[in-house]
Design a protein around this ligand. Structure first.
Ligand SMILES: [Cu+2]
Length: 481
């Protein structure tokens, strides 16, 4: 399937050609000969428009850059215009249910301690909402009136701030400034109208509680989907924590970090996002790290920045990127056409954010056969570092260049939690070696392979889907349509 040229594209092309003829007409010193054109690689075939066309099924330019189809900018998905939006998908997180009470959508939020499984069998003590960290996702529509009944089940006072929402002051959730603290065991009711749309979030307005994980996604859809409509809408929340060696409780006072989570899990436990070849996809990303900004990179595609934490960006101001910096408490919406079949990494590009538990080897764990009491009792009793444990001169001591504690040989059951998920079916056998910390995977699957992975229960061998895609390349759906 190819897109025909839009009127605007034809006009743009005409302007470019017209400029060339102007140069000739006015005898500009820089006349361009046919030979020059050939040697510069601007051959006739390209000039006639090879790169003006866009395909949703293979790499293509779709230019010139100010055209609507340039790198898929305004190329729609399969979903028709004028319909309601697709609902958001939040891997590894549930949505918060609501009930309609006198035409108000009522949500119940409990502020709770949470044991969150960052990696298989590695549970960390954090705080969140409704026994989840991040809290369950709030999904609402423009025009809704919402009510949040908030119960504080924590051992200390708290409050909830609705980040970015334009609401009556007394519901802004800042203790002291706009309300009293919600005491332990207490309840507070927030109620307001939603006139905005976009990627928002809610969080405790007690700083140390924020650093301890108390936040959640708050997605507000327009009643009719924005054009061009997307077929998939994913939302991710990035967070950082410091969990000291031999501890399972995050230290919210620390200025350091060693654990990174996407929707409450570290790579490779982050569940892959899966879409179909040719779909238009949106990924919403909120950075709720306490202290860290994240340059977020997506492989194999170019995405357009279509929204911020303040909502939709006008299309004239969209920016194409493959890596974009998302600062603390900022959100960005990425949209792209999933033209490129495969398993594509979606990750923060800070090298230290692409690892887990960087202090795992510090302290007793690096010296086998010793326990922590040897460190605590007396200096002379402390075991010395056995340098022979270093495998080569090029390996940094204490530095996790390998999958710390996550090799297949260590714990088959834990690895099964990663590899046995439906979303990871048919990926290469050792894919998890390349996915750590703030990393996840977005899989673009041709229709038939999508069906096998996501909808059928047939056994799929490791690498089977990867091999199928590598073999057939882009010739999947396009040939049928
Ligand atoms: Cu980062």
């Amino acid at each position: 399937m190819k897109f025909s040229l839009t009127r605007r594209q034809i006009l743009n092309t005409g302007i470019a050609l017209g400029f060339g003829s102007l140069l000739t007409r006015f005898g500009n010193a820089q006349t361009i000969s046919n030979q020059d054109i050939q040697t510069n690689g601007i051959n006739e075939k390209n000039a006639k428009g090879t790169f003006l066309q866009y395909s949703r099924f293979h790499p293509s330019f779709g230019g010139p850059p100010n055209s609507d189809q340039f790198l898929g900018k305004l190329v729609p998905g399969f979903r028709k215009s004028g319909l309601g939006p697709v609902l958001v998908e939040t891997p590894d997180l549930v949505k918060i249910p609501w009930k309609m009470v006198n035409e108000v959508k009522e949500f119940e939020l409990r502020c709770t301690p949470v044991k969150r499984e960052f990696l298989p069998d590695q549970f960390m003590n954090v705080w969140g909402y409704n026994d989840s960290m991040p809290g369950p996702t709030v999904e609402a529509f423009q025009g809704d009136r919402v009510r949040f009944v908030v119960h504080n089940e924590l051992p200390e006072p708290t409050s909830v701030h609705w980040h970015g929402l334009e609401l009556p002051m007394q519901y802004d959730g800042v203790p002291g400034v706009t309300q009293d603290f919600i005491p332990p065991g207490g309840t507070y009711i927030y109620e307001f109208d939603l006139h905005q749309t976009g990627t928002f979030f809610y969080h405790s307005h007690v700083a140390m509680q924020e650093a301890f994980g108390m936040a959640g996604l708050f997605i507000i859809h327009p009643k009719i989907a924005y054009d061009p409509p997307v077929d998939r809408d994913f939302a991710l929340m990035f967070q950082n924590f410091f969990v000291p060696p031999n501890a399972v409780t995050a230290d919210s006072m620390a200025m350091d970090w060693n654990w990174h989570t996407i929707n409450g899990r570290s790579g490779p436990y982050t569940t892959p996002m899966v879409c179909k070849h040719g779909e238009r996809v949106r990924v919403r990303l909120i950075n709720f790290s306490a202290m860290q900004h994240h340059p977020v990179h997506f492989h194999g595609h170019t995405f357009w920045l279509t929204g911020t934490e303040a909502g939709r960006i006008p299309t004239s101001a969209w920016v194409p990127r493959n890596n974009t910096l998302v600062g603390v408490a900022m959100a960005q919406d990425f949209e792209f056409v999933a033209f490129n079949p495969g398993d594509w990494i979606f990750h923060c590009h800070m090298v230290h954010h692409m690892m887990n538990h960087m202090v795992r080897q510090v302290g007793p764990h690096i010296r086998g056969g010793f326990d922590f009491s040897q460190y605590a009792d007396s200096l002379p009793a402390r075991p010395s570092v056995d340098l022979s444990l270093q495998e080569s001169a090029f390996q940094m001591p204490g530095y996790p260049q390998k999958m710390q504690d996550m090799n297949m040989s260590h714990n088959h059951q834990a690895m099964a939690k990663i590899t046995n998920r439906r979303e990871a079916k048919g990926m290469r056998a050792n894919w998890f070696h390349g996915v750590k910390g703030l990393m996840t995977v977005l899989r673009v699957l041709p229709e038939d392979l999508y069906h096998r992975v996501m909808l059928s229960d047939e056994a799929i061998q490791p690498g089977e889907i990867y091999e199928a895609i590598a073999k057939r390349g882009y010739a999947s759906r396009e040939e049928k349509t």
